[in-house]
Design a protein around this ligand. Sequence first.
Ligand code: GTR
Length: 329
Amino acid sequence: MYSRADLSRSVVIVVALFLAAVATSAVAREFRAADTQNEDYPTVQALRYMGRLITERSGGRHQIRIFHSRQLGEEKETIEQTRAGAIDINRINVALIGNFVPAINVLAMPFLFRSIEHLQKVLDGPIGNEILNSFEPYGFVGLAFYDSGARSIYNSVRPVRSIADIKGLRLRVQQSQLMSDMIRALGAEPIELPYGQVLTGLATKLIDGAENNWPSFVTTDHYKYAGYYTLTEHSMSPEVLVMSRKAWESLSAEDQKIFREAALRSSHFMHEKWKDLEEQSRRRAEAAGVTIVTDFDRKPFEVAMAGIYAKAQHDPAAAALIERIRKVE
Ligand code: GTR
């Protein structure tokens, strides 16, 4: 026979077990991560690496499920969904999130960085940290930056050797005001299109060209339709990994630390992959007969950006940030 005391002890144990189960299920989660690039692209590989680290460090409580190749939509939409909390983690380019978080646009400003080393120094230092922290009021948490090299202009019409050669070309840009302004300032016609529509745009001649880094130019097959690539390197807008603030706030302080560290380590992992792919992509384009223009006068391109810098001056925070970035040696 059970005594009354035994019975109430059993009830207490059952209730405690039930509460523990509820608590664990509330904490353990599968996080949805989006990336528009394809399955093998280094950013997607880096997300996978981050996922493995998080699962390992959280003792299997947290999993990251990756949706690559625009499975959750184009970048602009996924950013909106991340802000709303429907997507937990998002790897995007700063040019697109600049529409939502104005200070971020500074990183996409034309000809701002003297070299990739200059950019890297800025991102790894206090400015990079401040920029990651500036996402919060807008519904995101900045976790880490990923490499994206430099963006250059390519087209199917003619080799661009001077600013005059760009005139009148219809060039696709990311869905970003800043990118449109930049292409217009060069005398071309900007066409804002989501990433997934560029290939068809080139194939159907809706557009004459676009601008991107080597790996994006090649892994998307754009190089098969746009045989002239000019190393303008006009923007070094990096990639950024953000989390929705909603998802972030659902994590304990200890788990937040696990996520941050895993994101940082994934950016180092990505860095290693990037250099190789950049080189490989360039070689692949060359082998396919793409004309690569390196001997052109860059100065007029830079001069044409005066209006964009004048516009940036209207935002004192952006102006101050540009100044500080320039001073980083
Ligand atoms: C790539 C970047 C993508 C996307 C794309 C584009 O370099 O990795 O996130 O922004 O450019 O041009 O749309």
